[in-house]
Design a protein around this ligand. Structure first.
Ligand code: BG6
Ligand code: MG
Length: 213
């Protein structure tokens, strides 16, 4: 029985992935890396900022210390935060907004489960700052997806068992995290082609079909 729904943020609720890509691309160019691609960027989905940095650094033979890596990740985040400033309610699609409102109306508990430390800024920007019953994000976890920690914390905040929660994810790492935490994984976007997603959907509003089945 489904009682709650945990949503990934980037690439599910809103399209920040392009902004992440632009910021990583800027860092790559600063490091002299000219072959950082969208395919590389796809592997950054769901994983933490420092793990995402490693995907960029695979493209160079230069070696960086732990301190230097933190500085590089900070550099990227400063660019990303500048890009986030232009976000507004137009970054929340009508389909996502109406589906979320309908799910809330039907009595489901709704949470965010995101690796991002910028989650609250983004939710405020798109007008969902006070919408969710719980927010579990990059600030309250020690292990990033594919570890299930972020979703387990979200389920705890909702006071629900993982088996009673859907997890909506666009990243393969997020589907793996949901499965290993015993959640019902739902793949959307790139993850709708991922074999391990228990349910695959084409469009956000399809969540209504799952819960009403
Ligand atoms: C995830 C994104 O939601 O958050 C990843 O899919 C990103 O690509 C991660 O690296 C961390 O985000 P942030 O905003 O804390 O740098
Ligand atoms: Mg995502």
């Amino acid at each position: 029985m489904i009682k709650g729904i945990i949503f990934d943020l980037d690439g599910v609720i809103t399209s920040t992935d392009e902004l992440h890509y632009e910021a990583w691309q800027a860092l790559a160019l600063k490091l002299g890396i000219t072959n950082f691609t969208k395919e590389d960027n796809l592997r950054q989905r769901g994983v933490s900022r420092l793990e995402s940095l490693e995907v960029v650094l695979e493209k160079t033979t230069n070696k960086y210390s732990a301190e230097e890596k933190i500085a590089l990740a900070d550099y990227k985040n400063e660019i990303y935060k500048k890009l986030l400033e232009k976000m507004d309610s137009s970054y929340l699609s009508k389909e996502v907004k109406e589906t979320l409102e309908e799910l809330k109306k039907q009595g489901y508990k709704l949470a965010i489960g995101s690796s991002s430390k910028n989650t609250k800024t983004i939710l405020n920007k798109i007008g969902l700052g006070n919408f969710f019953d719980a927010i579990s994000d990059g600030n309250n976890i020690t292990k990033s997806k594919p570890d299930p920690e972020v979703f387990i914390k979200a389920a705890e905040m909702l006071n629900l068992n993982p088996s009673n929660c859907l997890v909506i994810e666009d990243a393969n790492s997020g589907i793996d995290a949901a499965n290993s935490g015993n959640f019902i994984s739902v793949g959307i976007g790139p993850a709708s082609n991922y074999l391990k997603a228990k349910i695959k959907i084409k469009s956000f509003k399809d969540i209504l079909n799952i819960v009403n089945e």
